[in-house]
Write a protein that binds this ligand. Structure first.
Ligand code: PAF
Length: 282
């Protein structure tokens, strides 16, 4: 397993693979790796000859300085985990300077409105930061396939749009949400939860499952009201939003339409830690 800190060094290694037309799989992460990330890596390993994992806490996608400061950074542990999984993975763990060359700002992207929904409303500038880093990473790695978890479903749709709009030759592969046995969606942010909060956070998936059941018979508005009521009963949680939206456009569901796919999306705070999750309502 090789760890690269600069794009030049990584690209020298990747050139060899590109010259032999090898398939390159890419798993971009911000580190603090968990089972969910490892499942993305496993899928990439099984579908490509080379797998690149990037570990980079991207400053431009954080709209909150405190959140950036507190984001878990566990590079040595991450490297050890990857080594256990597979010794052929190339890890790219750059510095901010290697990526941004002293100009740590994001450019602005138009994702045909996807960026104005949910996370976009609550985290201004977030998807400009995501687009900036993902585009840069795609240009550095030139992957055949890139793997993104559905936990960040809006990010996944944004990346698909970025690739189409900027004609980037990569297949974006969605990967199902990986959950802890309690149902809590795996996230690097779970690392910051106390044992008690981690245990209580299983409520999020429980309510999402109930919402899914209710959506068979009830309207989006009624289901949303149900979710809001449920979280009001649990004082340790602060619900930021629950929204039922159509999968492709991410527009809020006003009236159910046959043949459209809907998802319930949630963002909730516990112990000042912001967790997101979503569920298919098919
Ligand atoms: O999902 C993430 O961890 C990040 O948003 C990504 C895609 C690695 C970009 O920094």
């Amino acid at each position: 397993m090789l760890v690269f800190q600069t794009q030049n060094a990584l690209q020298i290694e990747l050139k060899k693979a590109q010259n032999q037309s090898k398939k390159i799989g890419f798993v971009p992460t911000m580190g603090a790796l968990h089972r969910g990330h490892l499942s993305l890596l496993e899928q990439s390993i099984s579908e490509n000859e080379i797998t690149v994992l990037s570990i980079f806490v991207n400053p431009t996608q954080f709209n909150n300085a405190e959140d950036l400061k507190k984001y878990p950074r566990t590079l040595e542990k991450d490297i050890a985990l990857v080594q256990e999984l597979n010794k052929n993975i190339l890890i790219y763990a750059p510095t901010v300077t290697d990526i941004y060359k002293g100009n740590t700002i994001s450019r602005s992207f138009d994702y045909d409105g996807l960026e104005h929904q949910m996370e976009g409303k609550h985290r201004p500038g977030h998807f400009d930061g995501v687009g900036t880093i993902v585009k840069k990473l795609f240009e550095i790695v030139e992957p055949t396939h890139a793997y993104f978890g559905e936990k960040d479903f809006q990010q996944l749709q944004i990346v698909k749009k970025l690739v189409v709009k900027h004609k980037i030759p990569v297949n974006v592969i969605p990967c199902e949400i990986y959950r802890e046995p309690s149902g809590l969606a795996m996230s690097s942010r779970n690392e910051r939860l106390s044992d008690n909060a981690r245990n209580e956070s299983k409520l999020i998936y429980k309510i999402l499952l109930e919402a899914k059941d209710k959506f068979m018979l009830k309207s989006a508005k009624e289901v949303t009201e149900f979710v809001v009521r449920e979280f009001k009963k649990h004082k340790n949680f602060t619900l930021e939003y629950f929204e039922i939206a159509e999968e492709e456009t991410l527009l809020s569901c006003k009236r159910k339409t046959k043949n459209k796919k809907y998802r319930g999306f949630i963002a909730v705070f516990i112990e000042d830690i912001r967790l997101i999750d979503n569920i298919s309502l098919k």
